[in-house]
Design a protein around this ligand. Structure first.
Ligand SMILES: NC(=O)c1ccc[n+]([C@@H]2O[C@H](COP(=O)([O-])OP(=O)(O)OC[C@H]3O[C@@H](n4cnc5c(N)ncnc54)[C@H](O)[C@@H]3O)[C@@H](O)[C@H]2O)c1
Ligand SMILES: O=C(O)C(=O)C[C@]1(C(=O)O)C=C[C@@H](O)C=C1
Length: 363
């Protein structure tokens, strides 16, 4: 990738622009707020000048709030500003459907989501290493151009992140669990402090600081995110509400004078705490650490348009997430070997699905 255009020079757009600029890509910056472009330019994220007329950039990266993603992607496509366009929004299904309704081109567009961010907004919160070692979800479809997919993989590599391929709606259900519900629960805990006595708040220690960090996030951004993914988040919150009811019941039992009730209360609380430990143990390693050891499935892939998108869609159709990808190009041949990294348990399912769909597997 030689040139890029970043639309929305806030936290995410400026972070990506800083990483690309540091690796020699010529980055053009745009924002509806010119002050934000000036700040990003001053930080070394790129130039505020428009790309030369008639010379589209290699990749446009749309990093505006979720409610404006589809309109911005459609504008970029209509103006012919880039060979490929990706967005980095926190929700994937709705914006893609909206882009289709707006007459956008789904072949040169690819939905993506870097699983890394902060509770602060704007270019001053950005950093070039924000995405290092973090998953970056791609949601290609059968129709996604191979060129756009390759540009997105290059962007992710230049940002030091790890590509994860998923279906858009499966992504939205997953982030409801690991991002959107945690945001709301952090907010709800912090909201208890609004009317609390100063003498109580003064005692805040590290525990509540950890739990409420993301409650400081931009409300307008989160109204957009939750409005674009309400059903999956409501489903998980309803399950949390059942657990909350159980916690309240167990605690009330602990208040009782009856010994049998107290011991049932102890068992109830202990079970909730045990489940919390078990869930916490599944949270992958911290920033920069590989979360899991993956296994590799190697596939022979011909150098024809649509091949990469097809293989990702075939993996997605049997529910397999591709956690990382490497392509070895065979010199002088119109083919290459593609290594798909997946969870060890997914290897047999993926191999069978790929064979059934006519792919040629290699050792
Ligand atoms: N904040 C996070 O942790 C995080 C993480 C991953 C992905 N995202 C996604 O990335 C996108 C950007 O989030 P952010 O945290 O960088 O927000 P931000 O508020 O820091 O930046 C958004 C920028 O977009 C600009 N903007 C708004 N509407 C615009 C328009 N129509 N045209 C051009 N510019 C416009 C704003 O002026 C602002 O500078 C969102 O879609 C969000 O869902 C956020
Ligand atoms: O660490 C944080 O501040 C974040 O909340 C980042 C976080 C997340 O939930 O993981 C928030 C929303 C984005 O869509 C992606 C990342």
């Amino acid at each position: 990738m030689r040139t890029a255009l970043v639309l929305g020079t806030g936290l995410i757009g400026t972070s990506a622009a800083l990483a690309l600029s540091a690796r020699g890509v010529e980055v053009h910056l745009r924002d509806r707020d010119p002050e934000r472009v000036r700040t990003a330019v001053a930080l070394g994220a790129g130039t505020g000048e428009e790309p030369a007329p008639g010379s589209p950039v290699d990749l446009a990266i749309v990093a505006v709030p979720p409610a404006h993603l589809a309109a911005t992607v459609a504008d970029v496509q209509r103006a012919g500003l880039a060979r490929g366009v990706i967005d980095v929004g926190s929700v994937k299904g709705g914006p893609r459907r909206e882009l289709l309704e707006r007459g956008g081109d789904l072949t040169t567009y690819l939905g993506s989501h870097p699983m890394s961010g902060r509770e602060q907004s704007g270019p001053l919160a950005a950093s070039a290493d924000l995405f290092e070692g973090r998953p970056w979800v791609l949601t290609p479809t059968q129709g996604t151009d191979t060129e756009v997919l390759n540009l997105a993989l290059e962007l992710i590599a230049l940002c030091g992140a790890v590509p994860v391929v998923m279906d858009a709606d499966a992504h939205d259900r997953a982030v409801a669990l690991v991002s959107h519900t945690p945001q709301l629960l952090s907010t709800l805990v912090a909201a208890r402090l609004e009317e609390a006595a100063e003498t109580d708040v003064r005692l805040c220690g590290q525990g509540i600081r950890d739990v409420t960090r993301i409650a400081g996030s931009d409300p307008a951004m989160w109204v957009d995110i939750l409005s674009a993914n309400p059903g999956p988040v409501a489903d998980i919150l309803a399950a949390v509400a059942t657990d909350l009811d159980a916690a309240v019941r167990a605690l009330r039992e602990l208040e009782s004078a009856d010994e049998a009730k107290r011991s049932s209360g102890t068992a109830g609380v202990a079970e909730l705490l045990r489940r919390g430990n078990a869930g916490r143990a599944r949270v992958p390693g911290k920033h920069g650490q590989a979360p899991t050891a993956y296994e590799t499935v190697t596939v022979l892939i011909s150098d024809r348009p649509g091949q990469l998108a097809r293989i990702f869609a075939d993996a997605g159709s049997v529910g397999v997430n591709i956690e990382d990808v490497r392509i070895e190009h065979a010199t002088g041949q119109q083919a290459g070997r593609m290594q798909l990294m997946v969870e060890p348990g997914a290897v047999p399912v993926l191999e069978q699905a790929l064979r059934e769909r006519g792919w040629s597997l290699r050792q």
